[in-house]
Design a binder for this molecule. Sequence first.
Ligand SMILES: *Cc1c(COP(=O)(O)O)cnc(C)c1O
Length: 236
Amino acid sequence: MIADNIGTVRQRMTRACLAMGRPVQSVTLLCVSKSADAAAVRKAHEAGECHFGENYAHEGLSKIDALADLRSRVTWHMIGPLQANKTRLVAENFDWVHTIERLKVAQRLSQQRPVRCGPLQVCLQVNISGEASKAGVAPGAVAELAHAVLGLPGLRLRGLMSVPQPTALLAAQRAPHRALRELLEDLNQQGMALDTLSMGMTADLEAAILEGATLVRVGTAIFGARPLPGLQLGRG
Ligand SMILES: *Cc1c(COP(=O)(O)O)cnc(C)c1O
């Protein structure tokens, strides 16, 4: 079931790449395993996947520990909001963080990153749709934060990440992804060498790939719908 789902997602990615004349390998599939248990992650790995994304530091760590035998073959990404009091756990156990939005958190991650692990790979999360309630740095403040993060020895700034407002039409889905790509191009014109656009989820991965995503974060289409909070299925 998980292997079939991955096959379907991979087909969607391939079609979008072909439509743009992009090599299929130019887009990484990040399997978002929040709500999936370690056994489900192992199945996805057996189906050939090696990038996994977690939203909560402690939940992620319990899966990293449960799958310790795969550690050298799996890349773990933190994609949820990161509180300052969780940075050590993340710096010591994850490979990537997609949700940098404050310099203070970036500085802590840099200080707490063990040297033996090499730099933590990071993206800045951008509030690309300008929603009042949304996480992420405002587009106009990205360049300043990027310059500051580039100076941190324990981090390697790779690019930008966003979670745009959901919308059903392809053209409307493409607009915020295009804006994020243009922001990345601006930074690279200022001399940065950023190579990662983390954008696109189950509902809009095609739109993201059409606009240049190098990494799509897909949960529901691989692991199934997440239960609603507070909804328990009765047993017996
Ligand atoms: C849950 C989540 C995803 C995956 O979303 P789906 O719609 O289930 O594919 C991607 N990115 C972030 C930041 C998420 O929290």
